[in-house]
Design a protein around this ligand. Structure first.
Ligand SMILES: *Cc1c(COP(=O)(O)O)cnc(C)c1O
Length: 823
């Protein structure tokens, strides 16, 4: 049998590309080429690239189908993709070609790229990780696609007014999304609400019937994900909620047209907006519906694809594996059981084996406020049949626990899917653990805490399930694309292989003390710092010197991430100069970026504090420009790509045991920043890789933090009384020196920092933090020393490529293989 082989129609030479752009200007945008604006040309370029990706996506699909490849489906409620155009050009190796072409016709590709809006369908680290995974899977030629939600409004845009965060709606599709492909023909129908009718078949079999549900339609939108080199194009499939025809028939029939349309609109609310908070559980009905919507749409899509090739569902897990990105999609376990048992009439035991073999769960946080629980009442209302199934799963599971541990009542209480104290709730993390064959954390330290602190009973019962997969980032976006000067230097020095094998950068270790190389490395960093300085001057009207240390803290604003500790150090430096006449060796620019959840009062106050301190310091002539503070608003992927390459010192200073991994830390170090950090998350492994002498470590260890917290022996007031540095800084904060117009504004911070139950232990680490910052100051003054260390950081970050992470998941959890083109 001769197989139908796809051949590429679209060529990548300049002539073909230029012709396609002109065609799209005319036929897609309906404009004349001569009158096309830069913006039109950009759109036409994106559409031309989409054409190229589409045919490669079809080729990839054929290739995986012919090979009957097992596929991995990544279920994530968030994807923080960032801009697509530059990334696509970069991975198709067409970036410089297009730049030249644009120059020839008198347009600026950079400007076109700058005008693209970030699709911000995620909050932070968790969503960005998902995006990096997709890039690596495609680059590795692995069959792995993402499933998520097509939010109409992404993460809010942040503006700053009078030093305070204001949220603006992010209607990210305003300008269209040229890359995506709507697939209304593959829409799926999702039932919700209703009730369960219990009936017994004549043969005695129990037949539950989910009745009187309302339904919503899930329409898939595909965003092609091209791997580096363009050989494999996978996709991210995002579902948008649409009202179904039947949804409102009854009201229509009663003649109440307006009310019927209103109901339609309400059902489309499901995918209207992304919940804007990281590391907290919401407990809202709409969020539960969102989570179920993702799971139900994803599974229907997957089972339909499976059924088209294979009728035997007992083999399901040989062809399908689903990775649950945190507990948000944990209902997958229940929905798959419902499908197998209710619809496919498969025996419970078999169905459970299939489900466990299919699902795998990644835990992302240990913070108690982030552990999702759904009230039984709400589940009963929204998903009545699923609640029944959860009871059944629990009772069978607890039977097993009892068999193994006899009558350890406490253990059974802890392992139950149901929290019975107070309002009865379902613990989604427990559900994800028992329904999966693999449970992983995202760094060595975190995975260890997942076993010991979060799930000790489950670990004791099934130690083989638990494993670690340290996070990474894709070096394509975070080095090749975002840092052209450094990328060029690396390629000139060791060739291009590093782009797909980051461990190749080990080869630049030998240049760490090479004067010529070091000069070029410094020049690349300086170039990036000048770009960022210009950006800060033009957007914030703050003049910063590219010769100063760029000390950067960019991530979501959260108390556990301790932006406050950084601010305390800035105040300390300022007081040293102004009150004591002690100047630092090096000038410093403190740069902050990050959004606070709209309802997180403390985090928003910290933003205000950064601005208030900055205002006082920036205009105080007595600092002689030695300290500047800048807050760059609206942190998002495109801003991160500007900030990170310009960084000298990366702030990774969370309280040990609170940051699961961090990925910002990796992006910075890869781009030649040195890290000042605690032994938390992946910092531990980064320090091991780059060498202790190339990492500025301070702070309590996780065991020390835990010990202080459980024994209640943290007494910050004692630290305040003993340490003059702490006293001066806190007294200044209380004195209204930084809030002359709002007396008392920041005294809550002083009060909180001095409480015994201040759980992030700011003051415990403060003095050592200042001492370590002094070492930074001294060492930056020695460029040969500093840059040797910086070069070694870039050279030794190979482990933190998501290519490595994806290979490990593929080998240990998914059992999927790379499938290069057969030709
Ligand atoms: C990488 C990244 C994050 C995660 O940063 P952490 O420092 O790991 O918290 C958050 N937001 C954006 C836009 C990012 O690019």
């Amino acid at each position: 049998m001769t197989k139908r082989r796809f051949t590429l129609k679209k060529k990548n030479d300049r002539k073909s590309l230029a012709a396609d752009i002109c065609d799209h200007v005319v036929f897609s945008l309906s404009k004349e080429v001569d009158n096309a604006t830069e913006h039109d040309i950009g759109k036409a370029l994106a559409l031309s690239m989409r054409d190229r990706l589409v045919e490669r996506m079809m080729m990839t699909r054929d290739r995986f189908r012919e090979a009957k490849a097992k596929r991995m489906y990544y279920f994530s409620i968030e994807y923080l993709l960032g801009r697509c155009l530059g990334n696509t050009l970069c991975n198709m190796e067409l970036l410089s070609e297009c730049e030249e072409m644009f120059k020839d016709i008198g347009y600026d590709l950079d400007e076109v790229r700058e005008s693209e809006r970030d699709p911000a369908l995620g909050n932070g680290g968790l969503g960005r990780l998902a995006a990096c995974f997709l890039d690596s899977l495609a680059t590795l030629d692995m069959p792995g696609c993402g499933y998520g939600i097509h939010y109409e409004y992404g993460l809010f845009r942040q503006s700053i007014q009078d030093g305070c965060q204001k949220e603006l709606a992010d209607y990210w599709m305003a300008d269209g999304m040229p890359m995506e492909i709507a697939r209304p023909d593959q829409a799926v129908m999702i039932p919700l609400y209703g009730r369960v009718e219990n009936s017994i078949l004549p043969n005695g079999e129990y037949l539950p019937m989910w009745m009187d549900w309302e339904d919503i339609i899930g329409v898939p939108y595909d965003i092609p994900i091209v791997g580096y080199g363009g050989k494999t194009v996978n996709y991210l499939r995002l579902f948008a909620a649409r009202a179904s025809q039947s949804f409102d028939m009854e009201i229509f029939n009663h003649g109440d047209y307006i009310r019927a349309v209103q109901r339609k609109i309400e059902s489309e609310m499901v995918t209207k907006v992304l919940y804007p908070s990281e590391s907290v559980s919401f407990g809202k009905e709409l969020r539960l519906v969102q989570e179920y919507f993702l799971v139900a749409c994803g599974l229907r899509d997957i089972t339909r694809r499976f059924s088209a090739q294979n009728k035997n569902f007992e083999e399901f897990a040989d062809y399908v594996v689903i990775q649950l990105n945190d507990t948000h999609p944990a209902l997958t376990v229940v929905e798959l059981m419902r499908y197998l048992v209710d619809e496919k009439r498969i025996k419970w035991g078999t169905a459970w084996e299939i489900t466990q073999a299919t699902c795998a769960y990644t835990n992302h946080t240990l913070l108690p406020e982030a552990l999702e629980c759904w009230s039984v009442d709400l589940l009963e209302k929204v998903l009545p049949r699923h609640l029944q199934l959860i009871y059944e799963i629990n009772s069978r599971f607890l039977d097993g626990v009892k068999k193994k541990y006899a009558d350890d009542v406490e253990k059974i209480r802890r392992m139950s899917l149901f929290e019975e104290d107070g309002k009865k709730e379902v613990r989604m993390a427990n559900l994800a653990v028992i329904g999966s064959h693999s449970v992983n954390g995202v760094s060595e330290l975190h995975s260890d805490l997942v076993k010991r602190r979060l799930f000790p009973d489950f670990y004791e019962m099934n130690p083989e399930k638990f494993n670690n997969k340290t996070n990474g980032v894709t070096p394509r976006r975070w080095l090749l694309k975002s840092n052209p000067p450094l990328a060029q230097l690396l390629t000139d020095s060791v060739g291009k292989k590093w782009i797909t094998d980051l461990s190749e950068l080990k080869k630049i270790e030998k240049y760490a003390t090479d004067t010529e190389f070091r000069k070029k490395f410094i020049a690349a960093k300086r170039k990036n710092k000048i770009v960022l300085s210009d950006f800060i001057r033009s957007t914030l009207d703050i003049k910063v010197s590219p010769d100063s240390i760029f000390d950067i803290h960019a991530k979501r604003i959260h108390e556990y991430k301790r932006q406050l500790l950084n601010v305390l150090h800035i105040i300390h430096m300022y007081l040293e100069m102004i009150d004591h006449g002690r100047e630092p060796f090096c000038a410093r620019t403190f740069i902050f970026a990050g959004k606070a959840a709209p309802g997180y009062w403390e985090a928003k106050q910290i933003i205000k504090l950064i601005h208030s301190v900055g205002e006082v310091i920036n205009k105080d002539k007595r600092t002689k420009g030695l300290i500047k503070v800048a807050f760059t608003p609206d942190y998002r992927v495109s801003l991160a790509e500007k900030i990170i390459p310009a960084c000298d010192l990366s702030e990774q200073i969370s309280t040990a045991g609170t940051e699961a991994s961090g990925t910002g830390n990796m992006k910075f170090a890869m781009n030649g920043a040195l890290t000042i950090g605690t032994l938390d998350g992946a910092n531990v492994e980064m320090r091991e890789e780059v060498g202790a002498e190339n990492f500025y470590l301070f702070g309590l260890r996780q065991e020390e933090v835990e010990n202080l917290l459980v024994t209640g022996s943290y007494h910050p007031r004692g630290i305040y009384e003993k340490s003059p540095e702490v006293r001066q800084v806190l007294d200044a904060l209380r004195s209204n020196r930084f809030s002359p117009k709002d007396p008392g504004m920041f005294s809550w911070i002083v009060d909180k920092l001095l409480m015994d139950n201040e759980q992030y232990l700011h003051l415990a680490d403060f003095v050592e933090y200042i001492e370590t910052q002094k070492i930074v100051d001294r060492e930056y003054a020695d460029p040969a020393l500093w840059n040797k260390k910086a070069i070694l950081n870039t050279a030794r970050m190979g482990k933190f490529s998501t290519d490595r992470t994806m290979r490990e998941y593929a080998r240990d959890i998914w059992n999927i293989k790379a499938l290069k083109d057969l030709e």
